[in-house]
Design a protein around this ligand. Structure first.
Ligand SMILES: NC(=O)c1ccc[n+]([C@@H]2O[C@H](COP(=O)([O-])OP(=O)(O)OC[C@H]3O[C@@H](n4cnc5c(N)ncnc54)[C@H](OP(=O)(O)O)[C@@H]3O)[C@@H](O)[C@H]2O)c1
Length: 261
């Protein structure tokens, strides 16, 4: 098992759910943390808890990743840091649900900015130093939503398809460099995600955030991590299905699952 002892990880969306579980699991492995999200009080509490419990250093950086200036500021702070970043977990993200014709254009822009633009820009900013050192990992949280179009969650599904494709392409660019790129695809997970997206966005049995993180860290523990992993056996099976079905069938099936509620 990789210990991450004394390493430094940046975790975005660390104020709840999968991000907070990542931070906790990494602190258990003695990894120092830089925690990013908008809700400062949540980040501060988590950082204090992890410092006390595991004796790691946990720093917080508040940023709204839908705002380009905040992403730029974050990149500037991280780049100015003397400590190299060993692990970047691009986890912050959210979903909207409903017919595209009713989408609030500003909210749609935010969804694309957080789920796509911030992921690409943070990766682009932090990766060169990892490549120079021949070590490090970028973990991007995609979703089982990445494997097929999702009517009534058209933007979200497309953002996660971007994350999966982007990360797997990087895996190809980085093979043999000592740096890992890993896309993690959770299915429904019991977090605050559905407070934001609405219960209608929930399909299938929910995993815990800790299960998703165990799958991700387990993959990084492997001698040669794969480009992507799906968390949960049922999710892995359903993620493969679209390969064998006509496209129209897949889209109609997904429409039934998401719109039915
Ligand atoms: N839960 C699921 O069923 C599920 C399934 C597949 C994939 N995922 C993915 O897993 C990732 C984590 O989601 P979760 O399930 O843990 O949901 P969550 O509990 O709602 O956590 C989302 C995190 O993202 C942060 N975030 C949202 N908008 C942000 C913004 N504009 N700027 C900075 N941070 C922002 C939130 O922090 P603040 O609100 O404090 O900013 C929070 O820490 C997301 O990328 C999501 O798409 C979730």
């Amino acid at each position: 098992m990789k210990t991450w002892d004394g390493a430094t990880a940046v975790v975005t969306g660390a104020s709840s759910g999968i991000g907070a579980a990542f931070a906790t699991a990494l602190a258990e492995r003695h990894c120092n943390l830089i925690l990013v999200a908008r809700r400062e009080h949540r980040l501060r509490k988590l950082a204090t808890d992890l410092e006390h419990t595991f004796g790691v250093r946990a720093r917080i950086l508040t940023a709204d990743l839908s705002i380009p200036a905040d992403v730029e500021r974050l990149v500037a702070v991280l780049s100015a840091d003397d400590n190299p970043i060993d692990l970047l977990v691009n986890n912050a993200g959210f979903a909207t649900h409903g017919p595209l014709v009713d989408d609030d254009p500003a909210r749609m822009r935010e969804e694309i900015a957080v789920n796509i633009t911030a992921v690409a820009e943070l990766t682009r900013a932090i990766l060169p130093d990892m490549v120079r050192r021949g070590a490090g990992a970028v973990v991007n949280i995609a979703s089982t939503a990445a494997f097929q179009p999702i009517p009534f969650m058209a933007v979200y599904g497309a953002t996660k398809a971007f994350v999966l494709s982007f990360t797997e392409a990087l895996w190809g660019e980085l093979e043999g460099s000592g740096v890992t790129a890993l896309a993690v695809c959770p299915g429904a997970t019991d977090t605050e995600f559905f407070d934001v997206a609405g219960e209608a966005a929930s399909v299938g049995r929910r995993q815990t955030a800790a299960q998703v993180v165990a799958k991700a860290l387990g993959e990084l523990d492997r001698r040669a991590p794969r480009p992507s992993v799906v968390s949960g056996l049922a999710n892995a099976v359903s993620a493969r299905l679209p390969r064998y079905l006509p496209r129209r069938t897949t889209i109609r099936l997904t429409r039934g699952l998401v719109a039915a509620k």
